[in-house]
Design a protein around this ligand. Structure first.
Ligand code: GDD
Length: 316
């Protein structure tokens, strides 16, 4: 079996590559860009085929699909940091929407028989009212950032290409996920990195934070990539599924959990630059549809994920 992972050099992509390799009998192709950092997959390069491909370039995507002819595509490549989408909204929309369009068009053109997973996001739900929690897939989408709009477009393009052309696309709306290799700007990694630096005396004993009152539903990335595999092997093409733990915690609780793993004495300091023009207040997902369809269950407890993440920042 041949699987293609767009964004294989990234956080989720590198974990998915490890997961598929461990399953065995899967030939893995992955796309990267000239400026991609390779450190997350340097231990895997002998076991995978890397193809340089700027997904915004239709010709590059066309040639990459013609060459790889995958049976599964995991489309993970994206501009995925919400604050960047306010600074560069056009780039976020181009990156996330147009790249996916190129992928779908190349699959159609070369008549490639493959299932496609589209990495959508719980950010699409945006403003969620108290009576709507835990949020189900049929909840209205009320985006609160350009990033969320880009993910809604990816989501709906997936729906439309399934309806119009019968492309077997499964959309996954993943809630927050984290673990080792999470990019340093995302909240869990950012706090863990600051704590690791304070431990080494590389930063004064202040942890800078933004909005600690937001609530998020976190799953370990290693559980999430397993869900992506199950989405393509057991999910229904044309469907959309929430992938979430079903537990919500404030960002303050996240920070407090990390602090239980250190003896460093730290003070918490609000940095107004970390506050957003609008922030999603609460995310809590109902993933029962996906669990019933695929048998998936998140297995790694949150405190373990946090401990592993802090260990990761101590080790690099
Ligand atoms: N990044 C960051 N840094 N966030 C902070 C900080 C800080 O210092 N302090 C508080 N927060 C709050 C943010 O305001 C937000 O409410 C929450 O922590 C989580 O922020 P992020 O880790 O940046 O993630 P996100 O929820 O905006 O988006 C992530 O989850 C989505 C799924 O819901 C990303 O991974 C997206 O790509 C993903 O789609």
């Amino acid at each position: 079996m041949k699987a293609l992972i767009t964004g294989i050099t990234g956080f989720a992509g590198s974990h998915l590559a490890e997961y598929l390799l461990a399953r065995g009998n899967i030939e893995i192709y992955g796309t990267y860009r000239a400026r991609s950092r390779m450190d997350h997959i340097s231990h895997l390069v002998d076991q995978i085929t890397l193809v340089e491909c700027e997904l915004k370039d239709p010709h590059a995507v066309d040639q990459m699909i013609k060459l790889s002819r995958p049976e599964q595509i995991y489309h993970l490549a994206a501009q995925s940091f919400v604050p960047t989408s306010w600074n560069s909204p056009a780039d976020t929309l181009m990156n996330n929407i147009v790249s996916q369009l190129h992928l779908f068009e190349a699959v159609r053109k070369w008549d490639v028989d493959c299932k496609i997973q589209v990495a959508c996001s719980s950010e699409e739900y945006g403003m969620v009212y108290p009576g709507e929690i835990p949020v189900q897939e049929n909840n209205p989408l009320r985006p609160l950032s350009p990033y969320a709009v880009s993910k809604i477009a990816q989501d709906f393009l997936g729906y439309q290409y399934f309806q119009s052309y019968g492309l077997p696309i499964v959309r996954t709306r993943t809630f927050n996920h984290t673990g080792p290799r999470r990019g340093e700007h995302f909240v869990t990694s950012n706090f863990a990195k600051q704590i690791a630096q304070i431990e080494l005396g590389l930063q004064p004993p202040f942890v800078d934070v933004g909005n600690l009152q937001a609530r998020r539903d976190f799953t370990d990335v290693r559980d999430v990539v397993k869900a992506y595999w199950l989405a393509l092997t057991h999910g229904e093409p044309g469907s959309v599924y929430n992938i979430s733990s079903g537990t919500t915690r404030t960002i303050e609780e996240v920070l407090q959990t990390l602090l239980t793993f250190t003896t460093a004495n730290v003070q918490i300091r609000v940095d107004s630059k970390r506050l957003r023009p609008s922030d999603v207040d609460v995310l809590l997902g109902d993933s029962s549809l996906f669990q019933e369809k695929t048998g998936w269950k998140p297995e790694i407890p949150f405190h373990q994920t946090m401990e592993d993440l802090l260990q990761y920042w101590r080790s690099i």
